[in-house]
Design a protein around this ligand. Structure first.
Ligand code: HPA
Length: 286
């Protein structure tokens, strides 16, 4: 079966469950950040292993689930538990889910992750709005025959992270008194964390943070004309810049401690991006 048929198959399965509504925005939640799903009025929640062709996450802390529901009147889809290149999946599998969401109508994607800071000024516990990325995964999800129905052979990446959304996130953070940074995210394929020498090299390349995800999905979203907002939760100083050894448990625990502010920021910015339908309908009623 061709990829495009698998995408349509999975989208058809989800569409049947949600009825006529179109998904306006998609949200991908990174390690330790799954609690945002509780913020929406859930309409339908499905374990990813029930969705045809959807790859299964094997990482501890990544609950594989798609939650569809409403936030201030708009229909959004939340993916809890993405899959990663380091799990042995191809990058085509890694981006499968967001391609499915595009077929449900998604116009905007908000993507979150846990990341290590390579910038001494950005400390663990911070939220960083991603301004741009550096792909050091060594591959690209668009390699191979282009699926013209999804997007062009050579997609532009000059504003991979939508400027308007970055501004909306800064404004929302200011209103909520949440301190945010803005910076460049590098992605390596992992699963080993970086060495101190690699972290020095990443800093010289212009990275403020490093992760093992996000970049493939951002490339695929741009290919499909979906606008992206990226938020990194800085869970640790990258190797050689902090005091202790890195463990996935510590990364997850710090991510959980950031999730209170991240959830408030996500909610506010999503309502801004999708338009507050409840306010509009209240106005229409007056
Ligand atoms: N490096 C790569 N990925 C990460 C890190 C890190 O230090 N922290 C959380 N994800």
């Amino acid at each position: 079966m061709k990829i495009i048929e698998k995408i349509k198959d999975a989208a058809g399965f989800l569409q049947k469950s949600i009825g006529a509504d179109k998904v306006e925005a998609g949200v991908i939640l990174g390690s330790g950040l799954g609690s945002f799903a509780e913020q929406i009025q859930e309409v339908f929640s499905v374990p990813t292993d029930k969705i045809p062709h959807w790859p299964k996450s094997t990482v501890k802390g990544h609950k594989g689930r798609v939650v569809l529901g409403r936030l201030s009147g708009s229909f959004i889809a939340i993916v809890q538990g993405r899959v990663h290149f380091y799990e042995g999946y191809s990058l085509k599998d890694v981006v499968f889910g967001i391609r499915v969401l595009k077929y449900l109508g998604m116009k905007s994607l908000v993507i979150t992750n846990a990341a290590g800071s390579t910038n001494p000024d950005i400390l663990p516990g911070s939220i960083m709005i991603i301004k741009d990325h550096i792909n050091l995964i060594g591959s690209d999800p668009l390699i191979g025959e282009n699926i013209d129905e999804l997007g062009p052979r050579f997609p532009d990446m000059s504003e991979a992270f939508c400027m308007e959304y970055r501004d909306a996130a800064k404004k929302a953070a200011e209103n909520l008194s949440i301190k945010v940074y803005e910076g460049v995210l590098a992605a390596t394929h992992g699963p080993s964390y970086e060495t101190p020498a690699e972290v020095k090299a990443l800093r010289l390349l212009g990275a403020d943070a490093v992760c093992m995800s996000t970049v493939p999905e951002v490339i695929a979203a741009n290919h499909m004309g979906v606008k992206v907002l990226g938020l990194s939760c800085i869970t640790n100083m990258a190797s050689g810049l902090g005091e202790s050894n890195l463990t996935h448990e510590d990364v997850e625990n710090t991510a959980k401690s950031i999730s209170y502010d991240l959830n408030r920021l996500l909610k506010s910015v999503l309502i801004d991006i999708t338009g507050d339908k409840q306010v509009i309908s209240r106005r229409e009623m007056q």
